[in-house]
Write a protein that binds this ligand. Structure first.
Ligand SMILES: Nc1nc2c(ncn2[C@@H]2O[C@H](COP(=O)(O)OP(=O)(O)OP(=O)(O)O)[C@@H](O)[C@H]2O)c(=O)[nH]1
Ligand SMILES: [Mg+2]
Length: 333
């Protein structure tokens, strides 16, 4: 299971009430007002914790409340602010309104935190309401109530490698060869309707997450085919693996179209580390199985049917993934 989802009921704290109190001292029969303010209620805050990788903790803790503010007191004493409820979540967690499904926050990077429900403000004590004409104000405000709602937390695993190609290029077949995932495979376009993720081992102790997404066609950036929503997934992957079907009528043009779609969607997609492979090379005459492919644009050709080129592909991807992980670590520290 890669999409981890939990529903919680969350509340921010109520504001404390303002105090309604008058000074009482010996020999001062009628002291002025001295009621202090209520403290603000605590906020409900989500924060990214890169050590976490599931939402499992929240399956067993379905109510989360921030603290109420304390009430104000006599002698102008303000109530203490309620403590925030700070909820750590793994990177890649979406917070949605449990009723409307509206996305409230997208928690992605180390150090990011978002206030989702604000605590209620504390009420003002009666010290604030004295005036020349009213020296004994009866008024003190109650604190505002905090907010409460159902929230839906959804964790999307961020993939290392995104498979980018036209429909039918063999993306799902490749994922099923390299991982234990079982995506649907068929000889018609748009077989894949939702991204599939699989774990690919590239070294004794190292593995990477590969995302198979629906095929892209010309106009994808404008919403053609299944376009847009999946380009968003691609934006989150570390590496792009361009897959071009050698049996297509014009493989070189296919590559141009793909690149152009990505660029139109977001130019920085093309700045990501990437690898270009030719697929279905078992369909070429045997003397061409060694490459070069796509008119010399790549030497890496694979066949998910015969298995040719797959070990080399895994080695290459493993190398790029570990380099890019290293780089991320050195950028953070
Ligand atoms: N000969 C041959 N056929 C392949 C190879 N890889 C995939 N195929 C076939 O190509 C067709 C499409 O494969 P899929 O893996 O479903 O393609 P896809 O890129 O996931 O397609 P969409 O999900 O529609 O984007 C299927 O009929 C596969 O059996 C290969 O290496 N060699
Ligand atoms: Mg597919």
């Amino acid at each position: 299971m890669f999409v981890d989802q939990v529903r919680i009921y969350a509340r921010s704290g109520n504001g404390g009430n303002g105090s309604h109190s008058f000074r009482r001292e010996k020999y001062v029969p009628r002291g002025g007002p001295d009621g202090g303010d209520g403290g603000n209620g605590g906020d409900l805050v989500f924060t990214v914790d890169p050590q976490l990788n599931t939402l499992l903790d929240y399956r067993y803790q379905q109510h989360i409340n921030a603290q109420h503010g304390e009430h104000g007191a006599k002698q102008r004493k303000s109530g203490k602010r309620g403590q925030d409820a700070v909820i750590p979540v793994p990177p890649g967690t979406l917070i949605k309104d449990g009723e409307t499904g509206e996305i409230l926050a997208d928690l992605l990077v180390l150090g990011q935190s978002e206030i989702i429900l604000e605590g209620g403000r504390g009420g003002r004590g009666n010290v604030h309401f004295a005036s020349p004409t009213n020296r004994t104000p009866e008024r003190a405000d109650d604190g505002r109530e905090g907010q409460e709602r159902y929230l839906e937390l959804e964790l999307k695993l961020i993939a290392d490698v995104g498979l980018v190609g036209h429909p039918n290029a063999g993306k799902s077949t490749l994922l099923s060869r390299l991982s234990s995932a079982h995506p649907k495979i068929a000889d018609y376009p748009f077989t894949t309707l939702q991204p599939n993720l699989g774990i690919v081992k590239y070294d004794t102790y190292e593995s990477l997450v590969m995302a198979d997404i629906p095929g892209l066609i010309e106009g994808a950036h404008e919403g053609k085919g299944l376009g847009m929503q999946f380009l968003r997934h691609v934006e989150r992957t570390r590496i792009l693996l361009f897959m071009i079907d050698v049996t297509s009528p014009d493989p070189k043009q296919d590559l141009e179209i793909l690149k152009n779609e990505l660029k139109q969607f977001s130019p920085h997609l093309l700045e990501k580390p990437s690898l270009l492979i030719a697929t279905k090379i078992d369909q070429l005459p045997p003397e061409e199985h060694g490459g070069p492919f796509l008119g010399g644009k790549t030497n890496l050709g694979i066949s998910s049917v015969s298995g040719k080129g797959l070990d080399e592909l895994i080695r290459h991807l493993g190398q790029i993934v570990s380099d890019s992980r290293q780089q991320e670590i050195s950028e953070v520290s």
